[in-house]
Design a binder for this molecule. Structure first.
Ligand code: BGC
Length: 921
């Protein structure tokens, strides 16, 4: 038996993170003989040898998904901990020694906020030399520099982190980081901190503007700022603190411009800059410092160019083969004064470099050479790109350039593979969509002049992200931003977080406040997220209630609706809002948020509040039923999304009727969807909830517009913002709002995990302590193999279609977990099995053929769901696709006269044979 993944507040060995309240300990036990944990014990000590114990929980019923342990925490102190687990087979395992270290907590800063003159464009380098009289046994750097900082001690980077101190609502909180710098110190030391503009000082968001000479950012007063403390601890326990003050000096580096959207400029021909003394800033210029919650943004994959293109326009363009978020390195050696220019783009047009869809973002880099050899690498910006155009470099070779993916340090959690290469590519695209948009903030896109924390995009993607990676700590930081922005707006959640001046709010977007903590609870089973976010969740629902008043204003308020859906009856610009009545969607999400608050209150033991919000939920629900449904359960909103919401949120009294109507709408659209940001994430799941997995598969397998594989066929390497971001002939459809790296439609990933791999969480026993395993076989996919490192341990599932009526399934349930295995289309006695930890293999016979096997008693629907069979059917009766879709629920026999021209049933036999054969060819 082994213990791995020991975490405090879901972070491995955190140093200087914000620790509000009681720290929560989590771990995973594996390789056990036993099936269950019988008891566990956490020890916390002051030393790595675990001798000076300050807390012993004793053996008891500790939960590996989240055990809060109360200790008296001192500031700037490292604590060591282990967990011991015992199993029902008599095993005992002790974890390695983990640690967590507190930041400054409430301690006052000795360092002061310092600044410099703003008269030159050259970015400042603050520095200080110091000697340490004795050898320091430990040294820490506590630091925050704005907009962005890059710190070195004795010429060595203090961290591999990038874009520190990260992106927050700087009026509300500014994160400082803590680094262990013990190994960097010598007798004589020099600390140097270079500052860039970043989110705080550069133009960012919709409200800031920038011209050559003037920065007018949304936050801040346009000044570079730094605060830092180097704390040296000597053998005798004494401390020395070197804090920022007016003894620090300021010189200048060769970077003359930087910001997030536009890139960076560096001129190495500039003369040595004059130096000045740093200035202590006034009280009014200091900022609300808090320990960090951002997890490190790091450099990850190195992408070597697949080609160096010489385009018809005479450009030299590196193709990295993958769209992504990050930076690059370029080797150069050019004569002094040579100007080098790098621009990036996501796609080519007419085989030439293209970047019009980045809107006003310049996304470039300028460099003036000093004649020496250099490897250029941007320091204070990032890009979203696949292609890089380089000008001014002679003799470029394919080895001169490489891309560097940059994103928050999320641990991969899921491996998923299937028998259809295009679906594997789709899963890759979803992963790259996540990586590219997890740069400290969950963004809409990484390339154009936006890159902001749009709350709906974030909300809908959480389940998919939670299968792909352990994203708890990443989202925890976002929820802190959300909660602080909300406080500033009296309960309202801005559509963008951090808000950067966006003051509007609306349904689905704002419901991020309730949905995200709930998803995190469901995926991780750690109740602390509900405790931490409860006030925020409740305030959001209270805000809607107040806004709504007696006149149901919430239903009438403007909102983005089923954003970018294809079913709007309106012309022009308004089309982007989709055809599903916005008031209906608003109210459905209002209801769902009230329900989440009620359920969370119940879990937290706040029974009165739970009751109050259950009542609210009921009332909103009644209103929706009265307004948008007939008494027998027919949904009056005649769109796919209307019906998807009815099924997903359990609104209809007649689910059968509703799913049939949804299928009709899909048939009418040629087995394709027309849904947007609201409907798409829930579409396949809504079908599967009614056993209509085959239809969901059909929609997924569709290779034409609109569809996921349409994008793949056009060479997509990430998920697009619009279903038609690119036209079938490869032209970019529009430039106003058209990103090739928007993860919202990547939410199909959730269904690919839940239904194709068949690994789903169970809300009643969250964190995958219990899972529902329902892998749904599909002959077009052939096989699926998946492994998911859930919060509770590793689940594995795989299935393979042996022939049209036989499937082989393997599943593994981790230690201390249980699962319900459901085998779709299996004979009755085998359909459902309750499993404990272990590995199981079953080959079973299907009651219904996966392909072929159609008879005159098959419904037209069933035949139409198999593309090959459908093609055959349409050959026999070409006009059939035009018939009203409701007829498709009838059998072939019921439509005899259509197929047989008045003859009897026997003429159908060869037709059915033909249809059945088609699928195997
Ligand atoms: C963003 C979206 C966002 C939307 C709001 C866009 O500009 O890129 O993804 O949710 O605005 O409607």
């Amino acid at each position: 038996m082994k213990i791995r993944n020991g975490r405090v507040n879901h972070i491995k060995n955190p140093i200087g993170y914000l620790m509000e309240g009681t720290p929560v300990f989590t771990w995973v036990t594996e390789e056990a003989q036993g099936k269950k944990q019988t008891e566990a014990r956490i020890l916390i000590a002051e030393d790595p040898d675990m001798e000076k114990i300050i807390c012993d929980t004793g053996f008891g019923n500790l939960d590996s998904l989240g055990s809060p342990v109360q200790i008296e925490k001192k500031p700037r102190t490292r604590y060591y901990w282990t967990v011991t687990v015992r199993s029902d087979a008599g095993e005992e395992a002790v974890s390695e020694v983990y640690f967590f270290e507190t930041g400054k907590e409430d301690e006052k800063w000795k360092g002061k906020w310092i600044g410099c003159s703003q008269e030159t464009d050259r970015h400042p380098v603050f520095y200080k030399s110091f000697e340490s009289s004795k050898k320091a046994v430990s040294a820490r750097l506590y630091i925050c520099g704005l907009g962005l900082y890059h710190a070195e001690i004795n010429g060595k980077k203090v961290t591999e982190e990038f874009l520190t101190p990260y992106c927050t609502d700087y009026n509300q909180w500014v994160e400082y980081q803590t680094y262990d710098v013990t190994d960097l110190l010598e007798e004589k030391n020099r600390i140097e901190v270079t500052l860039g503009a970043g989110w705080y000082l550069g133009r960012f968001g919709f409200t800031s503007q920038e011209t050559e000479s003037c920065i007018n950012p949304y936050y801040g007063d346009g000044r570079f700022k730094l605060i830092a403390e180097v704390v040296l601890t000597y053998e005798d326990g004494t401390e020395e603190i070197i804090g920022t003050d007016d003894s620090w000096m300021v010189s200048r580096c060769n970077i003359t411009f930087s910001n997030i959207y536009d890139g960076e400029r560096r001129d190495d021909t500039l003369p040595q800059a004059s130096e000045e003394k740093a200035e202590i800033l006034g009280e009014g210029e200091s900022l609300p410092l808090m320990a960090r919650l951002s997890i490190p943004v790091l450099r990850h994959e190195i992408l070597k160019p697949v080609k160096l293109l010489h385009t018809p326009a005479g450009e030299e363009v590196f193709d990295l083969g993958q769209n992504f978020g990050g930076i690059w390195r370029l080797k150069i050696h050019e004569p002094k004064g040579t100007k080098i220019h790098i621009q990036v783009g996501e796609v080519l047009q007419n085989d030439c470099f293209y970047r019009d869809n980045l809107r006003s973002a310049l996304a470039e880099y300028w460099y003036v050479s000093d004649g020496e050899e250099h490897v250029l690498e941007p320091q204070f910006t990032f890009y979203g790109y696949r292609y890089a155009k380089v000008e001014g470099v002679s003799d470029l070779t394919i080895d001169s350039f490489e891309g560097i993916a940059v994103y928050s340090d999320i641990t991969p959690a899921g491996q998923w593979e299937c028998g259809k290469p295009k679906l594997n590519r789709l899963m890759e695209n979803i992963k790259w969509g996540q990586k590219s948009n997890f740069i400290d903030v969950p963004t809409d896109c990484p390339q154009r002049d936006e890159r902001m924390g749009w709350t709906a995009d974030t909300q809908v993607f959480v389940p998919t992200a939670s299968y792909l990676t352990d994203s708890w700590a990443f989202y925890r930081k976002f929820l802190k931003d959300l909660e602080l922005d909300q406080c500033e707006h009296e309960g309202m959640i801005p559509a963008v977080v951090p808000a950067f001046g966006v003051d509007m709010c609306c349904a689905v977007w704002g419901d991020a406040a309730t949905f995200i903590p709930w998803y995190l609870y469901k995926f991780h089973g750690d109740v602390s997220i509900l405790e931490r976010q409860f006030d925020s969740m409740k305030s959001w629902v209270d805000y809607i209630e107040e806004f709504d008043g007696q006149d149901r204003l919430w239903e009438k308020k403007f909102f983005y609706g089923d954003w970018l859906a294809l079913d709007s009856p309106k012309e022009g610009k308004e089309q982007i809002i989709g055809g599903t009545e916005e008031g209906y969607i608003s109210y459905v999400y209002y209801m769902a948020s009230a329900e989440i608050v009620a359920k969370s209150a119940e879990i937290l033991g706040k029974e009165d509040i739970a009751e109050e919000y259950r009542e609210k939920y009921q009332k909103i629900r009644e209103h929706i039923l009265n307004e948008y449904f007939t008494p027998s359960g027919r949904c009056a909103i005649n769109t796919m999304t209307g019906h998807i919401l009815a099924l997903h949120f359990n609104l209809t009294a007649n689910r059968e009727l509703t799913v049939n109507k949804l299928k009709e709408l899909l048939h009418d659209a040629g087995e394709k969807f027309k849904t947007g940001f609201v409907g798409t994430p829930l579409l396949a799941g809504a079908l599967s909830s009614m056993g209509e997995d085959k239809m969901a598969y059909t929609v997924l397998h569709n290779e034409e517009y609109p569809g996921w594989l349409y994008e793949i066929n056009l060479g997509a390497t990430t998920i697009w913002e619009r279903w038609n971001s690119m036209e079938p002939d490869g032209t970019v459809s529009s430039t106003g709002m058209n990103s090739f790296n928007h993860y919202a439609y990547g939410t199909i990933g959730q269904w690919m995990w839940e239904t194709m791999a068949g690994i789903a969480a169970d809300e009643e026993k969250p964190g995958f302590r219990h899972a529902v395993l329902r892998p749904v076989p599909d002959y077009r996919t052939g096989w699926v193999k998946a492994a998911y490192d859930s919060a509770a341990g590793r689940y594995e599932t795989s299935w393979k279609v042996l022939d049209s009526t036989h499937v082989n399934v393997k599943v593994t349930v981790p230690f201390n977990c249980t699962a319900t295995l459901i085998l779709p289309f299996a004979a009755d006695e085998e359909v459902k099995r309750e499993l404990t930890a272990g590995t199981y293999e079953i080959t079973y016979t299907l009651t219904k053929s996966l392909c072929g096997g159609f008879s005159v008693d098959s419904t037209i629907n069933e035949i139409m769901e198999c593309p090959e069979a459908k093609e055959e059917l349409l050959k026999i009766q070409p006009g059939f696709a035009m018939y009203p879709a409701r007829m498709f629920n009838q059998t072939v026999r019921e439509n005899l006269e259509l197929f047989s021209n008045g003859a009897d049933e026997s003429v159908l036999a060869p037709i059915m044979e033909q249809i059945n054969k088609a699928q195997f060819s």
